[in-house]
Structure formats: structure tokens, C-alpha cells
Design a protein around this ligand. Sequence first.
Ligand code: PRP
Length: 209
Amino acid sequence: MKPLRIALTKGRLEKSTVELFEKTGCDCTEIREKGRRLVLPLGDCEAVLAKAADVITYVEHGVCDLGVVGKDTIAEHGGRYYEILDFGFGKCRFCLAGKKNFDFYSGFDSRTIATKYPNITRAFFEKKGMNVDIIKIEGSVELAPLLGLADGIVDIVETGSTLRENGLEIFEEIMPISARLIANVASLKTRKAEIESLTERFEKALSQK
Ligand code: PRP
């Protein structure tokens, strides 16, 4: 039988996931010395290294059975797959932030928000019944209020250093984020036993922390 194929979000989450695989007793030498390779053996699985949103695409389409991706990407992209485990690493939070001492909610002027996450931003302000203009920014979103493009940003805050060092502050916390294990809908039926066994090994390794 083919190994289970698991898509990992490249970067920080990849590192933590490999460490977790190591804790389950897997040999992770190949992925630790991967060079520029994108498909590698990882324990009994085959790992695929991809960008966060693409992890979801590969899992939804069934070319990967499993994926490791942040709740931020899940919340922004939605889609048809199961979220089966909260790894508890990659912890951060979605926040509304902006220039220090700016009274974001006062007055009647409509607000402009810069973000990499327009869907989450729209949903957040719709719930409040607030009409906002959303401008999509690809990275270093903190620049937008500094340059006068936006009144606020909706972005991920981990340590808070980026906000602090740029004279910005949190106005409101939106939701907590951590890395999740997602599964393709069909794989969860056809390869149920293997996925359950892997999930149990993960849970055991996580509880040993
Ligand atoms: C993320 C996020 C913030 C920063 C928050 O950006 O968008 O800019 O990290 O982290 P902190 O609270 O620990 O300072 P990332 O480094 O992923 O780069 P990007 O801005 O280009 O998306």
C-alpha cells in the first residue's frame, strides 16, 4: 500500500511537525537534510512541502491524505476537509490593531482595514454590523497604518514585537490560532485505521511534552 501522504506548511510549522514526528519515534533524517526537495519520506508517511493555502488545496483534492496548516489559513480559506487534531504549536492570535492611542471605534467615519485575510476581516466586522473598506496586502501589513493607507489592520500577532516596534497596538483580539491536522474526506474513510493510528501516536507524543 502507498504511504499516507501528508502536506506540511513550509517554515515554522514544518519544523514543529518534524519534531513531533521525531517524538513519535520516526526517522526524520531525510527531511532534515532535504535541500530543495519537496517530496520526502517522513516516518511511514510521504511528506510534501507546500505553502499554507496550497496544503488545503492538495488535501481538498485528495492528492494528499493529510495536511498540517494553521487555523488562520483554515479560517480564511474554508473548504471541504476534516480538521482532526489541534497540535497546540504555532500558537498566535488574530488581532485588530492600529496606531497607538487611536480611538478606532469612535466617530462615524467608515474605517479602512488592511489585511492578508479579507474573509476573516469581513466576517469579523459583519458580526459587529460595521461597514469597513478592506484593502488586501500581501505582507508586512503593519506598514499600512504607518503610511496612512488604513485605520487598522487585521493580522496575526505572535510575540507582539512587530506591533510594538512600529508604534502600533492591539485594539481587539479576534481569535486564537494554532496548527491543525486536516484530512481529506475520502481518505478518512478509506484509510481510517492508518490515520487513526498516526493521530494516536501524535496525541501520545504531544502529551509527553
Ligand atoms: C507575521 C504577521 C506579523 C508578525 C507577527 O508576519 O503578519 O507581521 O508575523 O509576529 P510577532 O507578533 O511575533 O511580531 P510574517 O513574519 O509571517 O511575515 P509577513 O508580514 O510578510 O506575512
